[in-house]
Design a protein around this ligand. Structure first.
Ligand code: ZN
Ligand code: ZN
Ligand code: FE
Length: 756
């Protein structure tokens, strides 16, 4: 007896070869019917006997295509319609628009083999792609994911490509972005005025290598935007790039040609190797074993951000010189967003790059390279972007369509619809106007491609965040508005990611976040659930002279910490600039109170003479961590005193300052004192968590906040909590830093709405 099944599949099922997969599966199992793409995902009509249908369904669910991600399948049994064959039907619009599409994925092995095969018609063709690889997120304009809704729409398939596209046995069957040298985009080499220097890929690669050898800087259009490329071994090229890019300190990511090349100068664990070679091809932070690149690539740092080639053109460059190591950094000036439109790139990067490698296919939405690191065998995101966005998160609660705007630093926003949440790529810091503009246009892009007509907007509590101001616009337009406290969002983002509920002790250690009392928080121990929280402990406040905007002058923070503890007693000669800061503190002029752990790290770095002013936010803290590595194993623990204030434990920041300052005056080395400081923060934090557990009986702990990108802190607190019996949850699919805020905002909002 024949049955007809109507099967609805949701998830990333478009642009990943799902229809050909279903088609082939149907042939194998003798199924009649059809498969179509629509705006909700994949819809299958399958007619056959019970047994055939069972086997078909089983394989469908358990062996889906490599790039697919199924999060729901629903079946409905219907009367047979009498299909006589199985076909791929025309895409159509359904009632809802829930289609997702894949992130941008590195070129696959099959395509690479063809790329390097002189007999292949796509030999050295840099836009070679198939159903298992290539650009997706960066070329999609709209759903459903069909060629006409991508920036490949202007390129008409030639007869050979059409034949592959229509042949179900071909790897390019219904692969939307396929092309060849006859019908697809072309690579060009130009000078900064846009004048074409070469249009032949092989020649372009040769010329690029020659330019790199001569110490020049290239702007190369990659998947999610332009990279600035230079020879990482060439000291003068590195310095020129730093100067032109106005980036004096922040480490540059580098690209090695192969895993063997990376292993020749870096320590690479199995987990790190798996990440480097993954189809997402992120930047992985790896410990340098011997110096192989110029020290100014990552000044003062033991760790390098390293990735392997992901585009055919990158592979081509390294095929000419497998030993080279290239700087591969975002094509931008200082903190601006990555350039991804051709005209814009020429004008913004014209003063940085000597030559441009570009192509005539538009990038619809920019994305930077993703960045991860491994600690104790577990991978953690620093930045979630290319390769991972827009993969959906499944949420335990279904709810209204929401837009969560995240925070102003390391921004990443989120849209939520039914039971899914989609996080945007990392967008950067809103203090930069260009970034703010990119943020706004990316919000519109997401609302279009995920058809998220939001009913509710969620923002941070910070009154002057740009994201909050943008939230006002939605509120004025009639949307319901919710504000979520920054560290509550941090903690709940991890609960959402780990899919846990109930009460936790959330430790949120970060730069700063606006507290419910109007001060700047940032060393929080919250007793929290998804709906709310109680501040259970924090480090004691100190004045932040100059406020949040002055965090580059870390010497002022060091001074404030010392002055708060010792008064004038710690020094008998203050220079006029220092006197001025003390006057600001005394008179309370733009010196808000903060308990931020990030700022404590900055101040301690200054007290230890490691940095006095910095060019990027985490610089001082990173150098302090570096200084501590060597001695950490030998450092003894010291616990700062606790007192009670407004019902919360107040951990004496001054105790720690006095402890390290005394050791410094005793002539202990900077490295030793840096280690003692780390050890004290870890041990004091463990003590605070234990005391909160004592009082509340809560045994689940959650870690969040950018300070946990510090490996010593992460390992020390996580393993310490575990050792005393806590179940510890850490973010797996979002970063510790503010890139997680929007996910937390969504989860809090869903909970609050469901309680109303
Ligand atoms: Zn491929
Ligand atoms: Zn073609
Ligand atoms: Fe934060």
């Amino acid at each position: 007896m024949a049955k007809r099944l109507k099967i609805r599949i949701r998830g990333i099922v478009q642009g990943v070869g799902f229809r050909p997969f279903v088609f082939n599966l149907a042939r194998i199992h003798g199924i009649r019917g059809e498969v179509i793409n629509d705006t909700e995902g994949i819809l299958i009509e399958a007619e056959a006997g019970e047994e055939e249908l069972g086997a078909f369904l089983d394989e469908l669910k358990n062996r889906p295509p490599r790039l697919s991600y199924i999060y729901s399948t629903d079946e409905e049994v219907l009367e047979p319609r009498g299909f006589d064959s199985f076909t791929i039907g025309k895409s159509r619009a359904a009632a809802g628009r829930d289609a997702f599409y894949s992130p941008d994925i590195a070129v696959c092995g099959d395509c690479l083999r063809e790329f390097f095969d002189p007999a292949d018609r796509r030999y050295h063709y840099p836009f070679i792609t198939c159903i298992n690889c290539g650009p997706r997120f960066s070329i999609v304009n709209d759903v459903p994911y069909d060629r006409e809704n991508t920036t490949m729409s202007g390129f008409r398939l030639c007869p050979d490509c059409t034949a592959e596209y229509s042949d179900f046995s071909d790897r390019r069957f219904h692969a939307q972005p396929i092309a060849c040298p006859l019908c697809g985009p072309e690579l060009v080499l130009t000078d900064p005025s846009g004048k074409i220097v070469s249009g032949k890929t092989g020649d372009i690669a040769d010329r690029c290598l020659e330019f790199l050898e001569r110490g020049m800087i290239l702007a190369v259009k990659s998947t999610g935007g332009y990279h600035l490329v230079a020879d990482a071994k060439n000291g003068s090229a590195v310095r020129v790039l730093r100067e032109r890019k106005r980036r004096p300190f922040k480490p540059f990511a580098i690209m090695a040609g192969s895993i063997e090349s990376a292993e020749s100068f870096l320590d690479v664990s199995d987990e790190e190797k798996a990440l480097l070679l993954s189809k997402e091809r992120p930047v992985v932070l790896l410990k340098q074993r011997k110096s192989a690149v110029d020290p100014f690539v990552a000044p003062g740092m033991t760790y390098h951000g390293v990735m392997l080639p992901s585009t055919p053109f990158q592979h081509l460059l390294f095929s000419i010189d497998p030993e080279m190591v290239l700087i591969m950094t975002s094509g931008n000036l200082s903190e601006e967003p990555i350039a991804y439109r051709d005209g814009d790139a020429l004008s913004r990067l014209g003063g940085i790059a000597d030559y441009f490698v570009s192509y005539n296919r538009e990038i619809t939405v920019q994305s930077d390279d993703s960045v991860l690191f491994v600690s104790d065998g577990e991978p953690y995101f620093v930045r979630r972007a290319r390769g991972y966005v827009p993969a959906p998160f499944k949420s335990r609660k279904t709810g209204r369509v929401m837009l969560a705007l995240g925070g102003d630093l390391k921004n990443c926003f989120a849209v939520a619809k039914k039971d899914i949440v989609i996080l945007s790529q990392h967008l950067g810091d809103m203090s930069d106007m260009e970034t703010y503009r990119a943020f706004r246009s990316t919000v519109s892009h997401f609302m279009r491609v995920f058809d998220a007509g939001a009913e509710l907007v969620v923002t941070d509590m910070h009154p002057s965040y740009m994201t909050s101001v943008f939230g006002d616009e939605f509120e004025d337009a009639g949307l319901k508005r919710l504000r979520v406290q920054h560290h509550h969002a941090h903690v709940v983002s991890v609960m959402e990611d780990a899919d846990i509920d109930g009460k936790v002790i959330g430790i949120a250690f970060d730069g700063t976040g606006y507290g419910t009392d109007g001060t700047l928080w940032g060393s929080e121990f919250l007793v929290a659930d998804r709906a709310g929280f109680e501040r259970a402990a924090h480090f004691s406040d100190f004045p932040l002279p100059g406020g949040e905007s002055a965090i580059r002058d870390v010497w002022k923070i060091g001074l404030s910490l010392l002055y708060s503890r010792f008064g004038r007693g710690y020094s008998n000669s203050l220079d006029p600039a220092e006197e001025e800061v003390i006057e600001m503190i005394d008179k309370g002029i733009s010196s808000p109170s903060t308990c931020s752990i990030g700022r404590i790290f900055d101040g301690v770095a200054s007290i230890l003479g490691i940095s006095s002013s910095v060019s990027t936010e985490a610089e001082a803290a990173m150098l302090l961590e570096e200084a501590a590595y060597e001695e950490y194993g030998r450092a003894e623990a010291y616990d700062a005193g606790f007192s009670m204030k407004d019902g919360a434990i107040e951990i004496s920041t001054g105790d720690i300052i006095e402890y390290i300052y005394d050791r410094l005056k005793q002539g202990r080395s900077v490295g030793e004192v840096a280690a003692l400081f780390h050890r004290s923060v870890v041990s004091t934090s463990l003590k605070a968590a234990a005391e909160i557990r004592e009082r509340t009986g809560i045994g689940n702990a959650v870690l969040s906040g950018g300070a946990f990108h510090n490996r010593i802190l992460l390992h020390g607190i996580k393993s310490g909590l575990e050792a005393c019996g806590f179940r510890v949850f850490v973010p797996r699919r979002v970063p510790f830093n503010d890139g997680c805020i929007s996910l937390g905002q969504i989860a809090v909002a869903k909970e609050i709405i469901s309680l109303e």
